[in-house]
Write a protein of this length. Sequence first.
Length: 176
Amino acid sequence: MKYTPAGGYVQRCKDHLHHSDFVEGGSQKQEDRPKPVLRNALTMIVEHQPKPKRKKKMAKRNPFVYNNVTLVRVVDGDTVRLRVDLGFHLFFEDNFRLADIDTPEVRGAEKAQGLVAKGALETMIAEECENGEGIKIQTYKEGKFGRWLTTLISRKTGDTLNQRMITEGYAKPYGS
């Protein structure tokens, strides 16, 4: 038996002719002889379940930490636009969503609470940047709307601004 990439096994068999298919004497012409009926095909596919695929163990990727970050603007209470210094005079500017928190939107019925949350985040970031220490970010992956999921971290205390938004009541844990 041989495993095929299609997911089954191929079994090679010899030609098995039924004993009545042979003509005795061999004196008949080729066209007068009865045609042999093959009982088994030369190659037949035996249906089997494909071999189970191994689950690849995903290596836990450590999140990327960027220390040189500049705030461009606060979009809303859980989204900021940042300019990240990648080193070697390379910069990356994009929208980053604060991971694991949810704040009211700045548009629609929740506009008043959304603007309060946006102002609170602006104030928190400004407080962190006053003494020149600033913030650093820890990114995880790209979210469903193209924004990078990130945690804002205070350089002087090591606390996360994401958790601070929840404890001060401006945000709730995402998904609740």
